[in-house]
Design a protein around this ligand. Structure first.
Ligand SMILES: Nc1ncnc2c1ncn2[C@@H]1O[C@H](COP(=O)(O)OP(=O)(O)OP(=O)(O)O)[C@@H](O)[C@H]1O
Ligand SMILES: [Mg+2]
Length: 244
């Protein structure tokens, strides 16, 4: 088998050196697939994504991307390694126009800038229609499209997406997740954190469940959807999110 796109081995990480949030976490994301991370609030899902993106220090373990060790690489080096990160919140500049958001994201695209912009706007027609509008005026779903377009501006091989459907209507959530699925058809690898568990499992290839900063269960998404234990804890009408 070829190298997986992303491989995380025994990663311990946290915001403070002697206060780990993640303990010996393992995860593999295959190229061109959607791998989803689910788990309760505070499980460490965002922390894991940030540790991969170089935003949270990794105290032990390794993060490899396409066979290259990227553990502890600075966040601003990630794009050069083909990785884009779409944060859970504040993932666009609301006071700037859509055009300005895209131009910022395209600032390192050099001569390819116009071609990439044209391709992104063809991919996201809703943005094309509102280029001069402030990003803050977009609907929730359109904001996620803009965040995704910004991420795609660096032509990544792997996109880390943290809860892109949070706060969206079921229909907008479906559209955003379908867009993610469509990207994998172009060979992009996606590591997705999701709270819409059933929806996420339906469109994912592989799924990891994290709780209290540790791996719990992982498997093919289709198998987990049919797993009675997973169904009982995470699907069967029970709340995954505390307070939801
Ligand atoms: N900037 C930070 N500094 C210190 N601790 C933090 C920071 N951000 C998160 N934490 C802590 O790390 C733990 C894991 O949080 P994290 O945000 O990774 O969880 P999550 O699984 O993404 O939860 P949610 O479903 O609510 O998004 C929590 O105990 C949280 O309080
Ligand atoms: Mg989170």
């Amino acid at each position: 088998m070829a190298d997986p796109a992303l491989s995380i081995r025994a990663v311990t990480a946290g915001y403070l050196r002697d206060l780990p949030i993640l303990f010996d976490v393992d995860l593999v994301a295959e190229a061109g697939k959607i791998t989803t991370i689910i788990g309760p609030n505070g499980a460490g899902k965002s922390t894991l994504i940030k540790a991969i993106a170089g935003l949270v220090p990794v105290t032990s373990g390794t993060v490899r991307h396409g066979g290259t060790d990227i553990t502890g690489l600075r966040p601003d080096r990630m794009a050069a390694h083909g990785i884009a990160y779409v944060p859970q919140t504040d993932n666009i500049f609301r006071s700037l126009t859509i055009r300005e958001n895209l131009d910022l994201a395209l600032r390192r695209a050099g001569l390819r800038r116009d071609a990439i912009r044209a391709r992104l706007l063809a991919q996201f027609p809703a943005l094309q229609a509102k280029l001069g509008d402030k990003a803050g005026s977009l609907s929730g779903g359109q904001r996620q499209f803009l965040a995704l377009a910004n991420a795609l501006a660096t032509e990544p091989r792997t996109i880390l997406m943290d809860e892109p459907s949070a706060g969206l209507s079921p229909r907008a959530a479906e559209e955003v997740l379908e867009m993610a699925r469509g990207l994998t058809e172009t060979g992009v690898t996606i590591l997705l954190v999701e709270q819409n568990v059933t929806q996420a499992l339906r469109l994912s290839d592989h799924c990891y469940i994290l709780a209290e900063g540790r791996n719990q269960i992982d498997g093919k998404a289709a198998d987990l959807l049919g797993d009675p234990v997973v169904a009982e804890i995470y699907l069967g009408g029970k709340r995954l999110r505390v307070g939801a």
